[in-house]
Design a binder for this molecule. Structure first.
Ligand code: URA
Length: 286
């Protein structure tokens, strides 16, 4: 039996790459690049189960402090991340938080610090296939604020600002390629972006932000600095526990805000709404 090439599914009717079907995931999804990080994220949940594992795309669903959520690995870079996003949207998700690692471009950012992206410089290739480079790659303000709130609550060091995303880890981030190959376009790119107050380099945020905006979904990005390109330091384990704790907590906070907003029939989250709710719960007492 032949099936549609426009909307590829497996014989069992699953989305072709991530092996999920519509309804298999809740709205909130954490997106690490590394499939091995998915069970690490789920370790902090009250309950979790592996629901799909195919071609490096691993998905767990579960509950964290009463909130239904999922985590799916994107792989590295724009192309595989766009595939995951396309299929998760079809599966029912609408809110994405990248949970990644990154190279800091400012000397004041220490290894292990967390970086919350407000926007991403689109040096990747995939987002340009979707839309012209003038289209912005921006975080959703409520997801960004939930990440800030979670980092504050958990008392971790964090920074908020612009990120640069590139599909290339070596040459595209100004690292010499094999035998020192480094075209002029990318020579010193980490310094040039740093001078423009860009905080960090990673590989997926611009794709996630651009596609989410096009499709009317929400997105945020949280990364742990495992490298500093100014001080030339590297520690692949730095900040990973804080990263996961803050990402999970941000989902809980966002759920709380979404529930409040929906109960008050508001389209947008506002400071006024949060302050009103805080005042009312203070009046009701503990
Ligand atoms: N991920 C990147 O893309 N770059 C780094 O320097 C570290 C992690």
């Amino acid at each position: 039996m032949s099936m549609s090439a426009r909307e590829p599914l497996t014989k069992e009717g699953l989305l072709y790459h991530i092996h999920l079907k519509p309804g298999d995931v809740p709205r909130y999804i954490l997106l690490p690049g590394d499939p091995g990080r998915v069970p690490l994220i789920a370790r902090f949940w009250d309950e979790s189960r592996l629901v799909a594992e195919h071609r490096g795309f691993v998905t767990y669903v579960g509950r964290y402090r009463g909130v239904s959520l999922a985590a799916t690995s994107t792989g590295i870079g724009g192309p595989s991340t766009a595939i995951v996003l396309e299929e998760l949207l079809r599966a029912g998700a609408d809110t994405f938080i990248r949970v990644g690692t990154t190279g800091a471009l400012q000397n004041y950012i220490k290894l292990g610090d967390l970086i919350i992206s407000s926007a991403a410089v689109r040096l990747d290739g995939t987002s340009k296939i979707y839309v012209d480079p003038e289209y912005p790659a921006v975080a959703s303000y409520d997801v960004l604020l939930a990440l800030v709130e979670a980092a504050e609550t958990l008392g971790v060091r964090y920074h908020v600002g612009i990120t640069a995303s590139n599909d290339s880890f070596y040459v595209g981030q100004g690292r010499p390629g094999y035998r020192g190959y480094l075209p002029d376009r990318w020579r010193g790119i980490e310094r040039k972006l740093g001078e423009l107050n860009v905080l960090n380099f990673e590989m997926e945020a611009s794709t996630i932000f651009t596609l989410s905006s096009i499709y009317g979904a929400r997105a945020g990005t949280l990364c742990a600095a495992i490298a500093n390109r100014v001080t030339d330091e590297f520690d692949p384990g730095a900040g990973l526990v804080d990263l996961v704790r803050v990402a999970n907590e941000a989902v809980r906070i966002l759920y709380e805000w979404d529930s409040l907003r929906e109960s008050r029939k508001k389209k947008y989250l506002s400071m006024r709404l949060l302050l009103e709710a805080a005042r009312e719960s203070g009046e009701r007492g503990p």
